[in-house]
Design a protein. Structure first.
Length: 646
């Protein structure tokens, strides 16, 4: 049902507005509305002139700074959340842990917030920079150090390595000829005054190293430049070092790098675990302050007072007045205003349903809220959607198969509320499927007879009975839709009007058409045929007289809507036939294992279609055939001023 709302006006001292707004934010149920009073230009006394409240230049600068900080904090949270240790031990932050006793709007130091963000960013950037540098060094050592280690002993035997300088590069194995070409160039430029060593680095690359006296290395690098060869660069700490010194540094680095990298990763983990919740808290604090700035332009003010308009669920009005009174005594006055007809289109809508109906609000969330004062269709959906689902699927085994995962999805804390609600809905649908399975006597199709089940309605052979049941349900469903349409029309005007009369005409039309069908089938006495025909004519007259040509056009559309419920029979029959075919295949195949395998496959497909089909068509019969008759999705969304609200 749609919760009753109260229209409020708050008037208080201008100086305590931040504290009042803080109290409202904590209470978390008031939908703040923009004050629409015209500006009053009191030339005689400007102290009492009523104006739209605006942000000062200082507040505008703070607002811009806070938005920037919010983006930076969001990015920090995203980056730290990727840290494996943080992902494993991700802690959640409850609202209760966030809000202290101090006002969240009254006192905020943006400089302090910025300092905290700057410090965490600097620590993060430093650690990630060190880690990146180590990754680069590891890559360089892979390409350069491996060769140095491989050929170090050979080079020591051949030369006084203290006077040598080395350069390295890598070549794709598919371009091995480039090494021979380089040797020719080197021989031409520096004869035999160099050593070149090669080794397979991996499956795709050959690593090469050239050692030569330092005075020859300029020509070697000139050849590299001319041939477009990319030299393996070394960190700055290896610059101007002899080969012997480089060998020592590489050996030392090889042992130190893993430990250093592990230490940096440990520091990153500590940074993430220490600050992830702190940043979440910081983000909420920043958003709290931004929320305040966002609401300020909705208020009106004089030199000494503020005026605030809003909406509150009527059930919370007494408690809200008590909270404001205890906090501010006579400094803030809460007035309840009358809701006039012009206000109704602006009343924010919030739903308040019982535990069984509440999960179905998730489905209704795909639509705009129903208009205030009309009927909430959620309860209607919660009653009839599971019935349609069960009528279509209607198999005990399929129902049990759906029930287990549905209960798990509903009860599991691993999922969010939306998925919990979906689990509950399918749990109810599974129970409905089992009940209709008993009515149809179906267990995996026609195997129900093995368990001694006698169908009340045999869908496989009694197509006529299934069709009558489906269309009969359509009559009831559409009839109730027009009843609700009449109730809505009466509520809007608080009296019987032409819209109510038109709805009564459609109700009589449906009853008379149903009566003609029952009389023709011999279910009721044929002597009632004439009174029913008279009722039919009267109903058509009422519809045309009150609704005109448009209502007359709706008559065949309404009858077509009712007949469209035959899809319940058709889709259900296709499910039964597929199940029966699967069973016959298992029975007639020469190879039992193959037959059972094919039957299992067909039943799996049938089960999947049996979830998808009833869901789509059950929703369609509500949205297209039923809701259009009485539901008005024209309401405003209720957005209470609270954390996660506006």
């Amino acid at each position: 049902m749609i919760q009753k709302m109260s229209k409020l006006r708050l008037v208080g001292q201008r100086t305590i507005l931040p504290n009042v707004l803080d109290t409202i934010y904590r209470f978390g149920k008031m939908h703040i509305e923009k004050v629409t009073y015209p500006t009053i230009d009191m030339q005689s006394n400007r102290s009492f002139a009523l104006n739209e409240m605006t942000l000062s230049d200082e507040e505008l600068r703070e607002f811009a700074e806070l938005e920037n900080l919010s983006e930076r904090v969001t990015e920090l949270i995203r980056e730290l959340s990727r840290i494996p240790e943080v992902q494993r031990k991700m802690a959640t932050l409850s609202v209760e842990e966030e809000v202290g006793s101090a006002g969240i709007f009254a006192q905020k130091n943006v400089d302090q917030l910025r300092a905290v963000v700057n410090k965490i960013e600097e620590q993060k950037d430093d650690l990630y920079s060190r880690k990146l540098k180590m990754d680069e060094e590891s890559s360089q050592m892979l390409g350069f150090g491996k060769l140095v280690e491989t050929f170090a002993s050979l080079m020591e035997d051949a030369h006084d390595i203290a006077s040598l300088e080395i350069v390295g590069f890598m070549v794709d194995k598919n371009k091995r000829g480039a090494i021979d070409l380089l040797k020719e160039k080197l021989h031409h430029e520096i004869a035999d005054e160099y050593e070149i060593f090669t080794s397979n680095l991996d499956r795709r690359s050959i690593a090469c190293i050239i050692a030569a006296n330092r005075d020859r290395m300029t020509k070697v690098r000139g050849i590299f430049s001319a041939e477009g060869i990319q030299e393996l660069s070394l960190p700055d700490e290896y610059a101007d070092k002899s080969l012997k010194e480089i060998l020592g540094l590489l050996q030392e680095k090889k042992g130190d790098l893993p430990k250093e990298r592990k230490d940096v990763e440990s520091e990153i983990n500590v940074l993430g675990l220490k600050n992830i919740n702190r940043l979440k808290k910081l983000k909420i604090q920043i958003q709290d302050r931004i929320a305040y700035f966002g609401e300020v332009p909705k208020f009106a003010e004089t030199k000494f007072t503020f005026i605030m308009h809003g909406w509150l669920p009527t059930d919370d009005l007494v408690e809200f007045k008590r909270v404001i009174s205890e906090a501010y005594q006579t400094a803030v006055i809460v007035e309840e205003e009358d809701i006039v007809h012009e206000d109704k289109k602006n009343v924010p809508v919030t739903l308040q349903n019982r535990a069984y109906v509440r999960p179905f609000e998730t489905i209704m969330g795909f639509f705009e809220p129903p208009a205030y004062g009309t009927i909430d269709p959620t309860c209607f959906l919660a009653i009839f959607f599971p019935i349609i689902f069960g009528m279509i699927l209607g198999d005990i085994f399929y129902g049990l198969l759906l029930l287990a995962p549905a209960v798990w999805l509903w009860r599991s804390k691993k999922f969010n509320k939306v998925l919990n609600d979906v689990g509950f809905i399918f749990m109810i649908c599974a129970c409905s499927t089992i009940l209709f399975g008993l009515l149809y006597g179906e267990v995996l199709g026609n195997l129900g007879h093995l368990f001694g089940l006698t169908p009340v309605v045999d869908r496989e052979h009694g197509i006529k009975a299934s069709l009558v049941m489906a269309v009969g349900f359509g009559f009831v469903h559409i009839l109730l839709s027009f009843v609700l349409r009449g109730v809505t029309a009466y509520r809007e005007h608080n009296k019987i009007n032409k819209h109510v009369t038109e709805s009564i005409g459609f109700i009589l039309l449906i009853l008379s058409v149903a009566g003609l069908g029952l009389s023709g089938a011999g279910i009721i006495s044929k002597s009632l045929m004439n009174p029913i025909l008279i009722l039919l004519v009267v109903s058509i007259g009422m519809i045309i007289a009150t609704g005109g040509l448009i209502a007359a056009i709706e008559i065949p559309g309404t009858l077509g809507n009712i007949l469209s419920y035959a899809r319940i029979m058709a889709i259900g029959l296709s499910s039964v036939i597929l199940a029966v075919v699967a069973n016959k295949i298992a029975k007639t195949m020469p190879n039992v294992a193959v037959g059972v395998g094919l039957a299992f496959l067909l039943h799996t497909i049938n089960f999947a279609l049996g979830i998808f089909g009833p869901t789509i068509h059950g929703l369609r019969l509500h949205v297209v055939e039923s809701f259009q008759k009485f539901a008005k999705f024209e309401g405003r969304t209720y957005q209470p001023f609270k954390r996660g609200g506006k």
